[in-house]
Design a protein around this ligand. Structure first.
Ligand SMILES: *[C@@H]1O[C@H](CO)[C@@H](O)[C@H](O)[C@H]1NC(C)=O
Ligand SMILES: *[C@@H]1O[C@H](CO)[C@@H](O)[C@H](O)[C@H]1NC(C)=O
Ligand SMILES: *[C@@H]1O[C@H](CO)[C@@H](O)[C@H](O)[C@H]1NC(C)=O
Ligand SMILES: [Fe+2]
Length: 481
């Protein structure tokens, strides 16, 4: 026990030292390309009869239970589930003590078809006016088929609220996906920031597309029923499949996974923002119009103005496609988004941008190309105002790993490795957060990439205040002499 604590504190010290090391780096220090490749199982989906896909017993039993934040501040959740026999009951009983439920909320029901597949009844129930930082128990379904779960509401929005986020992308439903989910669930993180590409159901055809959304919902329930997953959409959610008569983009995704987009004055569930604990999280859609004058472009300008770093010091952006990526896979696919969004990320001093899409792990230094124009030379230079860009597209789906990186490693790339894994961002207070990438490694937790993230707003201001004090002291001394 004692040894463990010592190890932890040693690790923290090392992480801090590493951070100081990184921040003292000028551009040109070589990044690391880890030659380690971990691909434990073949990239095939878990068979349908596997226990992780088991349908809960009983008539009309609720399945595929998942929750997400339901408002702007974290005082509401949306609880969603699917029933297959009938649309009733459609309510959630909930309360703060186990087994006795003081409150009831009514949901809405929806269903859809995809080719000849008919979805079950998809229930969405908003529970509002939660107390902060409180464990809630909830019950859905009726009689013998009723099921009970719990979740914990986040702390009040506050600049020093500590909170631990998990970051997962491109998950799918293979044995590697299961391994990522199991590792994540041991991390102690409280909310998942999901980077898009959920079920990979679009790799199937005809009625199997809908069926593989259902299996994914049952597979992920062990986590999604107990803590919010903050969704963003990837290309595998588009499902534009004209040969089956399916041409409505994001049809399955939008029916099944709600987002609280209205609370941030967005006009689409595909882009939105939330505030949670000490973080302001902005979700962008790579597969919706984003150029100048489009709704998403207008919205992000307004949303950045709403960010209040005095209340939420941590500004985090999620988008499926990375705008800095040195993998052969999806190389330069993010350039159009870079030309639209990067100057905003620098202007508003975003702390970190998380992306998926590329099935590997990569982290950049703080860099930007905003001082050059797109039509001119692509000069990427160190930029203290810029975010760190992190790609965590390594959840473990059936497409496998993106094992080929550009050689040599570009100067902006700090660390890269083609293995499956997930990340955590543990916010300590307004100035410090501990970041960690965990490779899936035989059930062991391996701190493959870890560093301390210093807040772009508060760490800077503190430095500025120190500088001001120092200048004042120099002036005072000179006046006195
Ligand atoms: C939704 O469910 C109702 C009631 O079972 C059914 O009549 C309707 O056809 C379903 N709609 C779709 C789009 O599947
Ligand atoms: C962008 O590059 C072009 C061509 O090199 C140059 O003419 C133009 O002035 C540049 N614009 C800015 C804003 O630097
Ligand atoms: C913030 O957290 C870091 C790391 O735990 C700690 O070193 C620092 O003193 C904290 N700052 C404040 C203002 O509490
Ligand atoms: Fe993708």
């Amino acid at each position: 026990m004692m040894g463990n604590l010592k190890l932890q504190s040693l690790f923290l010290q090392l992480a801090f030292a590493f951070c100081v090391f990184i921040s003292s780096l000028s551009f040109g220090d070589a990044g690391i390309t880890s030659t380690f490749i971990r691909s434990e199982w073949p990239s095939i989906d878990i068979p349908l009869d596997h226990e992780v896909f088991a349908v809960p017993q009983g008539y009309n039993a609720p399945q595929q239970v998942h929750i997400t934040q339901g408002d702007y501040e974290g005082k509401a959740v949306i609880i969603s589930w699917v029933t297959h026999d009938e649309p009733e009951p459609n309510s959630v009983q909930y309360g703060t003590s186990d087994g006795s439920y003081e409150f009831t909320a009514e949901g809405v029901v929806t269903n859809y078809t995809f080719y000849k597949y008919k979805s079950g009844y998809i229930h969405h129930c908003l529970i509002a006016d939660l107390k902060y930082d409180t464990k809630y128990y909830y019950k859905i379904g009726s009689g013998d088929s009723a099921r009970e779960f719990w979740f914990r509401s986040p702390p009040k929005v506050d600049p020093d609220a500590s909170y631990k986020f998990g970051i997962i992308g491109d998950l799918g439903q293979t044995f590697n996906s299961l391994s990522t989910l199991n590792h994540y669930m041991k991390s102690g993180a409280q909310t998942v920031l999901f980077l898009g590409d959920i079920s990979y159901a679009d790799r199937y055809q005809f009625n199997d597309v809908g069926l593989r959304w259902d299996t994914w919902g049952r597979f992920a329930e062990q986590s999604t029923a107990y803590q919010p997953w903050i969704w963003s959409a990837g290309n595998h959610e588009i499902e534009y499949m004209p040969y089956m008569g399916e041409v409505e983009p994001f049809k399955s995704y939008i029916h099944r996974y709600l987002t609280p987009y209205l609370a941030s004055k967005s006009s689409s569930p595909l882009w939105y923002a939330i505030r949670r604990a000490s973080a302001h999280i902005i979700v962008l859609s790579a597969y919706s119009p984003f150029v100048k004058y489009t709704p998403q472009w207008h919205w992000i300008h307004e949303e950045f103005e709403r960010v209040d770093r005095e209340k939420t010091p941590w500004l985090i952006v999620l988008m499926h496609v990375p705008i800095y990526n040195s993998n052969e896979a999806h190389f330069e696919e993010g350039d159009s988004m870079r030309s639209v969004f990067e100057s905003l990320f620098v202007k508003y001093r975003v702390d970190v941008v998380f992306a998926g899409h590329v099935h590997a792990y990569e982290r950049s230094y703080r860099i930007s190309s905003v001082h050059n124009n797109v039509s001119g030379d692509h000069h990427i230079v160190p930029d203290k105002s810029a975010p760190v860009y992190i790609t965590v597209g390594d959840g473990g789906n059936q497409e496998g790993l993106a094992g080929r990186f550009k050689d040599p490693q570009p100067e902006y790339s700090a660390f890269r490795e083609p293995s499956y894994g997930h990340s955590t961002l543990e916010i300590k207070n307004r100035t410090h957060a501990l970041y960690h990438w965990n490779r899936n490694d035989d059930g062991k937790k391996v701190a493959t990439d870890a560093f301390v993230l210093r807040n772009q707003y508060w760490a800077r201001n503190r430095r500025r205040r120190k500088l001001k004090k120092h200048i004042q002291m120099v002036i005072d001394e000179e006046m006195a002499s």
